[in-house]
Each structure stands twice: as structure tokens, then as C-alpha cells.
Design a protein around this ligand. Structure first.
Ligand code: BGC
Length: 395
């Protein structure tokens, strides 16, 4: 039989106390480890890497924004381009849903504004001319007789400064660019800031701001081509589009609005109820033939708030639903009619006709020349401010 002596009781108690204390410590440690991991993940660290180099040696950075749900958005400082955006389908499988490339050189070789920030003026200005305070400004005619998306070297082709930000709303990247007075023919030095924030509820919130030192015109937008199927080389004709608009702007042969606000009711331009892109795209219709499909600006209905649901797109097979919210008066719905299968897709194959669609929030095309359209003028002392949110879910 074991004899229990006083010293052994003493050592036993000591051991017990020690074990209890060290257990508590361990627990504290692992708790604090958990806390660190949690802080890190709620802060959603942003990865910053080099995407490539410009011909003059300027480095192009890539920021990978991540959220708690597992979504990832890659933004590069060249053109503020979104090069990759992963979204879950109804089974939780993540796939890339935007057209683009993995390599900077492919962007430099030329492409139809894949994923880019567009400025100073998104969309067209007739004959590359407009007047402000009696002075006429001449811009590049880089789309037939007209000026398109900011000119020969718009904001989609410049290298922005990029800074990663962890905010309460989510991982963010702040891009800034100074467009000098006279750049691409526009008056005034324009300081532009665009912030992309990825929230935990799978929304990419885009805030645009600009200030000028002379009266000028501004209309900024984002030119992502979406294909919610994740099969980026497949046509998007099966996606159902909803547009919160009773009227749209018919265009002339150069895709410049005629000035008319036309009712969508009873025409292929009616997306007040979700409808597949392909349902009426080949219908006999003068406006569809001018655009080679949909390539028009819809006049958004006003909601109770300025920032309202403008559009949505739904892909039935994967369940992916994209909703677009904005405080802008218009949205250009472009069904990728000019994609022609010459550019290679990230997922194999090529970007064939209508393998992506754009929902570009904006003021109306050619506003500087159309007195009845909401003004796009920016004066010194004012701040241009525009917000658009692309939100993904499944249904
Ligand atoms: C325009 C199209 C144009 C495309 C550029 C869109 O915003 O509406 O007409 O072809 O950008 O590829």
C-alpha cells in the first residue's frame, strides 16, 4: 500500500495548482491567438503584388481585396482595371465572373476597355467637340466621327497611384490620378480619386470623386464585362436582365443620342421585368440594328432615395445574381456586340461576340452638347461625387 507522506501531499497540491495555472494560461494564449486571427480576418488583409511593368519601367501593382465570405477582387493600377472577380454559385463554388487577362501585356496590346475605369468622359461626345462658357474644346475622334471613353489615352490607359486601406466596411484600394489641364483636350487640372471597397456581404462599392481648377466636364464609370456563368468564352444571351427604367435614349448611326426619351414599353428595350438578353436581341428593330444589339443608355427611374437599384442580371444555371445600385441618372447596357473572338479568354477559348455584358452607370452620352440632359459640368470649388455598388448573391 502506498504511504502518503506530508511532503508528497505538498508536492501533489503544488503540481495540481501548477497544472491549473498553466491550463488557464494555455487557454488564454489560444484565446488570444484566436483573437489575432479573427482581427486579421475581419480586417481582411489586402495582398499587394506587382502585376507587370510598363514599357517605361513603371511598375503596375495588383491589389487583391478579400472578404469573409471568400470573394476576391483583383484591381491593378493600370487603368484601375478589375482583372479578376470571384463569386460563389448556389453550391458555393467560386468562379471568375469578369472578362480580362492574366497578363499586363495583353491589356497593353489593346482591348475594348475590359474592367477599366473610364474618364474623363464615359461614353460618346458628338464630333469630339463641346463648348463651355463660349469656348469650344476639341477632343480626339477615336470612334468614327465621335469621341469615346476619354479619348486616345483615357483613364483606362494611365497608371494610377494605389494605396491599400482596411476600413470598417471592408478591404479597399484607393486609386488617385491627376489629369493635367488640357489632357486629351479637356479643360482644367482634374484630381480624381476612386475607391473600391469589398464588403463582407459580397458587394463592391465604388466611390468616385474629382475636383477641378477650371470649369470642365466629368462622367466617370466602370467598364467591367460580366459573364456570371464563369465560362468566360460563352455567350451571355441566357442571362436575365432587369433595368429600372421606363425610357431609354435612342441613338443615331454614330450611337449619339438623338435627344428623344423613348418609352421602353412594347419594344425590345423593355427590361422592366427580367428578360433573357437573347430573347429579342435579333428582333427587327432600327435601334437594335444601329447598336448591333443593345448598346444604349437607359434613363433610370428615380426611387425614394438617390442611391437605388438600377439593374440586375441573373444566370439561372449557376444561380448567380448581380445587382447594380447607383446615384447616377443613367445606365449603359452594352451586350458585348463588338467582341469578335480574337482575344483569348482567361478560361480558355476566346472572347466571342456577346460573351460579356456591361452595366455602366453614368450621366447620359453627349450631355455636354445636349441642354436637356442633366449637367456634367464641374466647377472649381465643387466635388464631383458618384457611387455605384455591384452586389453579388444567388437565387
Ligand atoms: C460602348 C460601346 C463600345 C464599348 C467599347 C461601350 O461602353 O457603349 O459602343 O463599343 O464600350 O468597347
Amino acid at each position: 500500500m502506498m504511504r502518503i507522506t506530508k511532503p508528497s501531499i505538498f508536492y501533489g497540491v503544488l503540481l495540481l495548482v501548477f497544472t491549473i495555472i498553466s491550463c488557464k494560461e494555455n487557454k488564454k494564449e489560444s484565446q488570444s491567438e484566436m483573437e489575432t486571427a479573427k482581427t486579421e480576418s475581419t480586417q481582411n488583409p489586402i495582398e499587394e503584388t506587382i502585376f507587370g511593368e510598363m514599357p517605361d519601367g513603371t511598375k503596375v501593382k495588383k491589389f487583391t481585396l478579400k472578404n469573409e465570405a471568400g470573394m476576391e477582387v483583383d484591381v491593378i493600377t493600370y487603368g484601375g482595371i478589375i482583372t479578376r472577380w470571384t463569386a460563389p454559385d448556389s453550391n458555393g463554388a467560386y468562379e471568375d465572373i469578369v472578362l480580362g487577362f492574366d497578363d499586363l501585356n495583353q491589356y497593353l496590346e489593346g482591348n475594348p476597355y475590359f474592367g477599366a475605369l473610364i474618364g474623363r468622359y464615359g461614353n460618346r461626345i458628338a464630333n469630339g467637340k463641346f463648348s463651355l462658357d463660349g469656348e469650344t474644346y476639341t477632343l480626339a475622334k477615336n470612334d468614327g466621327d465621335n469621341h469615346l471613353h476619354g479619348g486616345e489615352k483615357g483613364f483606362d490607359k494611365v497608371v494610377w497611384d494605389g494605396v491599400a486601406k482596411t476600413t470598417e466596411e471592408g478591404a479597399a484600394v484607393e486609386l488617385t490620378y491627376t489629369s493635367e489641364d488640357g489632357e486629351e483636350g479637356y479643360p482644367g487640372k482634374l484630381d480624381v480619386k476612386v475607391t473600391y471597397t469589398l464588403t463582407d456581404d459580397n458587394a463592391l462599392d465604388i466611390q468616385y470623386e474629382a475636383v477641378t481648377d477650371k470649369p470642365t466636364v466629368v462622367n466617370l464609370t466602370q467598364h467591367s464585362y460580366f459573364n456570371l456563368s464563369g465560362q468566360l468564352s460563352e455567350p451571355v444571351l441566357d442571362h436575365k436582365i432587369y433595368l429600372n427604367a421606363d425610357t431609354y435614349l435612342p441613338v443615331d448611326g454614330g450611337l449619339i443620342p438623338t435627344g428623344e426619351f423613348r418609352e421602353v414599353a412594347g419594344t425590345p428595350f423593355n427590361f422592366k421585368e427580367p428578360k433573357p438578353i437573347g430573347e429579342e436581341i435579333e428582333a427587327e428593330n432600327e435601334q437594335l440594328s444601329l447598336g448591333g444589339g443593345y448598346d444604349h443608355c437607359w434613363v433610370l427611374n428615380n426611387g425614394e432615395e438617390d442611391f437605388r437599384l438600377a439593374a440586375s442580371a441573373h444566370h439561372g444555371e449557376t444561380g448567380r445574381l448581380l445587382e447594380v445600385y447607383t446615384n447616377e441618372p443613367g445606365i449603359q447596357f452594352y451586350s458585348g456586340n463588338f467582341l469578335d473572338g480574337t482575344l483569348p479568354s482567361k478560361t480558355g477559348g476566346t472572347y466571342v461576340k456577346r460573351s460579356g455584358f456591361c452595366l455602366e452607370t453614368q450621366h447620359y452620352p453627349d450631355s455636354p452638347n445636349q441642354a436637356d440632359f442633366p449637367s456634367v459640368r464641374l466647377n472649381p470649388g465643387e466635388t464631383y461625387s458618384s457611387r455605384t455598388m455591384y452586389k453579388l448573391s444567388t437565387k
